[in-house]
Ligand binder design. Structure first.
Ligand SMILES: Cc1cc2nc3c(=O)[nH]c(=O)nc-3n(C[C@H](O)[C@H](O)[C@H](O)COP(=O)(O)O)c2cc1C
Length: 227
């Protein structure tokens, strides 16, 4: 089958996935509800987490058979790491196209979303006439592989406010079982799905100083395509 599969917690990768689905007329599927493992043409859209691949993406790639794979990594303009190269080296060699797309950082309320959709035209063309592309290695911080989830956890706190009425939507929506009625536990990776989806806006984030300073660094607003 052909499909666009996305993994998205604050909506950025989901929006890009919708664009590909519309342009290619492929069905769109959320990775968290997806059971199919065999694909002819697959566009996989996901965010960069601490310059690494989200664990769910690694698991999906390990278990899937894909003839022609297109990989689209959204990143929050800090550092995209080397995730597309890692996919080609460790999981799937048959990549026909790839892209790093700068978008709103989940931790920055006023950041702007990806909007340069016209720049994706060469990727759409390549998907229609697939041949393997070689993804080059990019810079990744040498410490990025060390306890990435732990680093997110200590960088940011999720706080429950008085607006929480214990409706339990955050608990139900968290695939990692990392929150119970507004209170996070040690499984939380700070993806902010609960914060984004709370209908009462009852959860707030507090950035700790090291992460606050890191997020003030100059942004890299760079669209990188491999075709
Ligand atoms: C846990 C976590 C780690 C992140 N790490 C990085 C990073 O290393 N570099 C970067 O540029 N953006 C980083 N971001 C920002 C995300 O890549 C960006 O917000 C992404 O578009 C979120 O995608 P989503 O809305 O589909 O979940 C991180 C976001 C989260 C939640």
């Amino acid at each position: 089958m052909n499909a666009v599969v996305f993994y998205s917690k604050t909506g950025q990768s989901a929006t890009v996935a919708k664009y590909f689905s519309k342009q290619l007329s492929y069905p769109i599927v959320d990775l968290e509800t997806c059971s199919e493992r065999n694909y002819r043409n697959l566009v996989l859209v996901f965010p960069v987490y601490c310059q690494n691949l989200p664990v769910a993406i690694k698991d999906f790639l390990k278990k899937s058979q894909i003839e022609n794979l297109t990989v689209i990594a959204t990143y929050g303009k800090m550092c995209a790491g080397n995730v597309l190269y890692e996919i080609q080296r460790k999981y799937q060699r048959n990549i026909v196209a790839g892209a790093y797309l700068p978008t709103k950082h989940a931790y920055l309320a006023t950041d702007s979303a990806f909007c340069e959709y016209e720049r994706l035209a060469p990727i759409l063309e390549k998907i229609k006439k697939p041949t393997t592309v070689r993804i080059p290695k990019r810079y990744k911080n040498p410490f990025a592989g060390f306890f990435p989830n732990w680093r997110s956890r200590i960088g940011l706190k999720i706080c429950k406010t008085d607006r929480c009425d214990r409706c339990g939507l955050c608990t139900k929506g968290c695939s990692l079982r990392a929150i119970d009625a507004g209170v996070t536990n040690s499984k939380c990776i700070r993806c902010l799905k609960c914060v984004t989806e709370c209908p009462k806006q009852a959860l707030e984030i507090k950035l700790r100083l090291p992460l606050k300073l890191y997020l003030q660094k100059k942004k890299k607003d760079e669209v990188i395509l491999y075709i």
